[in-house]
Design a protein around this ligand. Sequence first.
Ligand code: PLP
Length: 409
Amino acid sequence: MAFLPIGIRTRLGEVRYEIRGELAARAHELESQGQSLIKLNIGNPGAFGFRAPEHLQHAIADHMDGTDPYTHQQGLPAAREAVAAYYREQRGQQDITAERVYIGNGVSELIDISLRALLNPGDEVLLPSPDYPLWSAATILNDGRPVYYSCRPENGFQPDPEQMESLVSSRTRAIVLINPNNPTGAVYSRETLQAIVGIARRHGLMILADEIYDHITYDGAEFIPVATLCGDEVPCLSFGGLSKVHRACGWRVGWAALSGDSVRLSQYVRALNLLSALRLCANVPGQFAVQAALQGEDTITALCRPGGRLFEARAIVRDAVRQSPHMSLVTPMAAMYAFPSVVGAAGIGFDDHRFALELLERHSVLLAPGSSFNVPYRNHFRVTLLPPPEQLRVVFERIDALLHEYAER
Ligand code: PLP
């Protein structure tokens, strides 16, 4: 008897995650044929020789004795206490206690849980365009509908609160902020954040604040945790983790801290607790590093200052773009990416996917096409700032050479 093909969830057809998609698969193929590639598609610090700080490594090694039972579904008490103390003391979020902290297998898992707890079919979520595409994917897979607010390059990739408010409907449940932003490197101003909090207040919305890059800023750019502007009236779930600031992405540890009126949030809290319980707990060894990360010495700031690797990488990208007639860049003020656009003759009819594939196959450089980040235009690409300086220079020489060909075609 012949059986039907195994079916899949229909809405997966709407989901894309091109950072690890077809281009990455093609890269894998080329590598297996012996081609050596420079891969700038993933914000993966460890792959470029960045190491998690030693005191974090020791914290894990010191705790491992072979008996690591499941923890409480929200996470190890010591890790949650450390996150809560950090939010209270370093950010001034006085209402954060360990009971309001959830530790997850990376921020990724918590993004899914936060939306799964919130959304009913057809509910809308305001998402930035460009976004980090997991936010769109998790919205769709939890039966929601992404509604994009634009963060345009001509506006320094800042959101426009007026446009955001015009998108609010009776189905809107939450506003997602990615600040500092991946892929653009924008940091949102206090005025912008205040205006967004005002929208959430007027329409009874929750804010989901992905702040995983909170300490990775340049040139003194000020990062403002949005929850500090929310008061009790606007519920906010703030996300952070070990992956970027602490360069330990493979350990899969992130956290989320819930602020706002506890009576209003009681059902949501029960939902978060249930969903956390269903996946038992986050990776336990990684959780041992949380306290060390948040109470130990700062190891990221030096990388973001002159002489530091991320700072210098940003300067190389900025200079390469300035010297090229084919590219333009809003200088990233934070995070570990640059999101240049292709301009001039090279930009006419430009197709970011075709370009990325050609760059990969002919020049051995893998980057992420801009449209992977849910934008309606196709003339951007994203690179990470993680490669060593000499490699990044080579990358931009190759990009410029290919764009030169495009301009001549
Ligand atoms: N949020 C943003 C904005 C990211 O850029 C990433 C990873 O690149 C994540 C969340 C996922 O982080 P994690 O490693 O904690 O799952």
